[in-house]
Structure formats: structure tokens, C-alpha cells
Design a protein around this ligand. Structure first.
Ligand code: XMP
Length: 517
């Protein structure tokens, strides 16, 4: 790939991936690297610009991540953010001190000098600050370009050396002109051309996949999730029928979802499609099991048993493809701790599959390994994957298995699938879908007494769950309007056999989790 490169050098801040995503949104290809990446390696990567991230430490702490002074002799345009800003000043001979009062939240900054970094940014603007230390004396050659009430050097620079620093976080949307400041750095200071374009990505990737695969075959495990679906569409465009997608349907997907996946990929895309229907097998394996972790383990293990058995049957000649995406390969936020935060620490993730020893492909192909999720979706839309799949909400690998509390039976799966479909239908009609990050029904395996007509009933309780969240680490229950809840409740009791009561889960995370199991 011949794109210009921006490196985000990771000093352990919480917004590291966000910075990289913002840079990509500007049409600039960006990768995250550890703070201690050797200088020769950085030079060899030939980046057009580098951004130092924030971090939780103080530059005076010997255990903090530092950078060699020689870095600044490389002549690479650099923007330091928060800790990165302090580090730039400290390393080049400036002074960093602790503030009497930490600055946290939305703060107004005033520009005090013209700067390429502040082109088209008003003299007064609101930014997001989160720091205790601040730069109290600049290194030689630098001058201040902005200050806040409590921070004398909110922005400073040495334009002749293309070194820029901001104490605030331009990557966070609360920094009103943050995006403009990043654009200014990328385009005005570094001279990026904005050559990271999804149409080009598709064309380049298709060409390189064709070259790599030649006339060999490729096998991809398709789950119906966003990543594997987009990988499948891309591979289909590249090599058509040389691609075989294996779709293991464990029967724990949402209502009609298996059929939808099959229809999409057999009708819209050129490929060999194998659907392995093994609902019965999973039910047998799960019989009598009610412990959540055991259920997860069985579903995960059996899934790969079935999958690899199918591969053995079809033959493992050619390549094995996976829908790994960039965040699967990086662990951000811990760049200051030895051994962590490294791009070579691979997270255990359902996308990254361990292959049995007896199965040997010629190689592995990961066509989406450099993309963030929003980029994967953009590629998916351009390749013509239906919106329902591209914008699919997160769905756990064990599927409805972790939404049926206690033992899983065919009857409970049916009830939950029906209930979940009704709930999703009402949310879609209500116009609030885009406000919710995840919403679903749960079968708590509780029966309650009810009355229907003149009869007493003793039937299932359905719980509905809807959350808003940025990152799923914390989540809040969604304030769904009462009239929507009322329609959902009515329809669930009227349309889904053996449901006679509905409750709405009003637990945040923490203390709850998003899923019930
Ligand atoms: P929790 O319940 O941990 O969920 O608050 C956070 C997010 O992770 C999803 N989730 C899973 N995804 N396998 C997955 O692939 C799992 O076992 C699993 N458990 C939870 C959950 O749906 C939510 O989006």
C-alpha cells in the first residue's frame, strides 16, 4: 500500500484509538505504534507526520514512557497532545510542573499568536482538558500560541522544526474546533494529501488479493457479523467462486437470521456457500447445562469442532481468510507498561482463530486487518452488503445462548426469537433505533401467573433490555418512551405464545452487564 503514513505514538492515553480514527476520517492513513518503537524503525516507516498521544503519567516519573531526544532530529512534523505535549517540552529542555488545580472538562482557550495549527479556528474556543501537570517554561526556540485561565501554555510550537503541541485533546468532540486543528496539522503542517480513500482501498485490496491468491482457493468462516461479512464480500469481488464461505448455523441466532445470511451471500455475491445446519447437535451438547460460563464454553468449542470438521471434509487447500480488523490487533491505553500496549500483543478474540495442527493452509489472509470498524462498514456499504448486515448491532458469539437463562431448549429458543423479533420491530418503527447501541429480549426462565380471558395462565416472563453506551465498558439503560414500551408489552403478550408478562431492565453497567449472562 503506497499511502502516506501518519503514526500515532502511544504513550498510554485513553484516546489513542480515537486519535487514529480521527486522522483516518481526514483521509490520512494512520497506524498506532508503541512509544518505544526504535528510532530506526520509525525512520524506516517514513511517516509524513507523527502524533504523540496523551497518557496518565508525569514526565518526572522514571517509570513513565519517555522518548529519546534524538527523535526530534529525525525532522518529522510532530504534534504532541496532553502528556505528549509535556513530553515534547520536557525532552527538549522545558519545565513541567503540577498545577495547583487540575483542569478537567470543557475549558476556554485564547489564541495569542497566529499559527498554522489554528487556521480557521476562532481566537476564543472551547476545548477538552484533562491534566494535572502543565508546561511552565518552554524549551528554546518555542513560543506559546494559546493559553487558558489556568494553563499558560495551552498550545506552543516551533514552526521552523514543525513541532507543535497542545495541552488539550483535539480528538474529543467536546473540543469544538478539534477536528479543524487536526486537519491543520495534517494538511498545513505535514503536507498530507488525503490519499486514504475507501474506493481506492477496495480497488487496491482486490488487486493485491488477486495477486496473492492466484488460482488457489480461499476458505472463510462466515458468522453473519459485520467483519466476516465484509471480508466475504471483498474476497468474492476479488476471486469469485474460488472463495468458499462456511456458515455454521448453531440455531442460536435471531429469528430468520440464518436464512437472511444465506440469501444475502448466495444471491448477491459470487462464491461457494456452505451452510452447516447443526441446531440439533448444539441442543444435544447443551442439554442439562445451565451454568453461563459452561454454556459459553460448549458453544465456542462446538462451533469450532463443527467448523474444522467441515474444512477437513472440503479440503484445506489454498488460503484461510479471517475478518480480523485493526482494533483486534492493537491494545491501546497501556503503552506505558512494559510488554503491554504493543501492536504485537494479540487479544484473544473470536475473529482470531487458532487452527488445529492437522489443518494446514498455504497461508492466512486478513483483508480488513488495517481497518477500523467504521471503515469496515463503509467498505461493506460500497460493496453492496445490505444495511441490516452492515449496521448490525453487536451480537454475542454464543448468540441467544447467553440470553436464555438456565437450560437451553428448542421451545425456549423459539419463544425468545419471536419475542426479540417483536421488540426489534417496534424499536425500528419508533424512530429511536439510532439512539440505542444495543437492544434485545431476554428469557429469564421465570414463569409467572397471569390471566388471559377467563383463564389462569402460568407462562414465561420476557425481559427487554436496551442500552446507550460509547464503548460497552459502561452503559446506561435507554429511556425508551412509555408508549413504545406499552406497544412492545402488548404485542409480546398477544403475539408470542407462552409469554404472559414483560419487564424492562433498568440496570446500568456497572453494576449490571449488558447481557444477562
Ligand atoms: P457485557 O454483557 O459484558 O457485554 O456487558 C458487553 C458487550 O459484549 C457483548 N458480549 C459478548 N460478545 N461473546 C461475544 O462475542 C460473548 O461471550 C459476549 N458476552 C457479551 C455484549 O453483547 C455487549 O455488546
Amino acid at each position: 500500500m503506497a499511502n502516506q503514513l501518519c503514526i500515532v505514538l502511544d504513550f498510554g492515553g485513553q484516546y489513542n484509538q480515537l486519535i487514529a480514527r480521527r486522522v483516518r476520517e481526514c483521509g490520512v492513513y494512520c497506524e498506532i505504534r508503541r512509544f518505544d518503537t526504535p528510532l530506526e524503525e520509525i525512520r524506516a516507516l517514513n511517516p509524513t507526520g507523527i502524533i504523540f498521544t496523551g497518557g496518565p503519567n508525569s514526565v518526572y516519573d522514571s517509570a513513565s514512557p519517555h522518548i529519546a531526544k534524538e527523535y526530534f532530529d529525525l525532522g518529522i512534523p510532530t504534534l504532541g497532545i496532553c502528556y505528549g505535549c509535556q513530553l515534547m517540552a520536557y525532552t527538549l529542555g522545558g519545565t513541567v510542573e503540577s498545577c495547583e488545580r487540575s483542569e478537567y472538562g470543557k475549558i476556554d482557550v485564547t489564541r495569542t499568536a497566529d499559527s498554522l495549527l489554528f487556521t480557521d479556528v476562532p481566537a476564543e474556543s472551547t476545548v477538552w482538558m484533562s491534566h494535572t501537570d502543565f508546561v511552565s517554561r518552554l524549551p528554546e526556540g518555542f513560543h506559546t500560541t494559546a493559553h487558558s485561565a489556568d494553563c499558560p501554555c495551552a498550545a506552543f510550537e516551533y514552526p521552523e522544526r514543525k513541532l507543535y503541541a497542545v495541552q488539550f485533546h483535539p480528538e474529543v468532540t467536546h473540543s469544538v474546533f478539534g477536528r479543524q486543528i487536526l486537519r491543520n496539522f495534517l494538511f498545513n503542517v505535514c503536507g498530507f494529501t488525503g490519499d486514504w480513500v475507501m474506493d481506492d482501498f477496495i480497488a487496491d485490496t482486490v488487486a493485491s488479493l488477486r495477486e496473492q491468491i492466484g488460482d488457489k482457493k480461499v476458505v472463510l468462516g462466515l458468522s453473519g457479523g459485520v467483519d466476516s461479512s465484509v471480508a466475504a464480500a471483498l474476497l468474492s469481488k476479488a476471486v469469485g467462486k474460488q472463495l468458499t464461505c462456511v456458515f455454521v448455523d448453531h440455531g442460536l441466532m435471531r429469528k430468520d437470521e440464518g436464512d437472511f445470511v444465506e440469501e444475502t451471500f448466495t444471491k448477491l455475491f459470487d462464491m461457494q456457500f456452505i451452510r452447516v445446519n447443526c441446531q440439533q447437535h448444539f441442543l444435544e451438547q447443551l442439554k442439562g447445562v445451565s451454568d453461563p460460563e459452561q454454556k459459553r464454553k460448549i458453544i465456542g468449542t462446538e462451533f469450532y469442532h463443527v467448523f474444522w470438521d467441515k474444512i477437513r471434509e472440503t479440503g484445506a487447500d489454498g488460503f484461510f481468510a479471517q475478518g480480523t480488523i485493526y482494533p483486534d490487533r492493537i491494545e491501546s491505553g497501556k503503552g506505558n507498561q512494559a510488554g503491554e500496549g504493543s501492536t504485537d500483543v494479540i487479544k484473544t478474540h473470536h475473529n482470531m482463530v487458532k487452527m488445529p495442527d492437522d489443518i494446514q493452509f498455504a497461508g492466512t489472509i486478513e483483508p480488513l486487518k488495517d481497518l477500523f470498524k467504521d471503515e469496515v462498514r463503509a467498505v461493506g456499504e460500497k460493496l453492496g452488503i445490505p444495511r441490516e448486515l452492515v449496521w448490525r448491532q453487536p451480537f454475542p458469539g454464543p448468540g441467544l445462548g447467553v440470553r436464555i437463562i438456565g437450560e437451553i431448549t428448542a421451545e425456549k429458543i423459539r419463544i425468545l426469537q419471536e419475542a426479540d423479533a417483536v421488540f426489534r420491530d417496534e424499536i425500528a418503527k419508533s424512530g429511536i433505533e439510532s439512539e440505542l447501541r444495543q437492544f434485545f429480549a431476554v428469557l429469564p426462565d421465570v414463569r409467572t401467573v397471569g390471566v388471559m380471558g377467563d383463564h389462569r395462565t402460568y407462562d414465561h416472563l420476557i425481559a427487554i433490555r436496551a442500552v446507550t453506551t460509547d464503548d460497552f465498558m459502561t452503559a446506561d439503560w435507554a429511556r425508551i418512551p412509555y408508549d413504545v414500551l406499552a406497544r412492545v408489552s402488548n404485542r409480546l403478550c398477544n403475539e408470542v405464545a407462552h409469554v404472559n408478562r414483560v419487564v424492562y431492565d433498568i440496570t446500568s453497567k456497572p453494576p449490571g452487564t449488558v447481557e444477562w449472562e
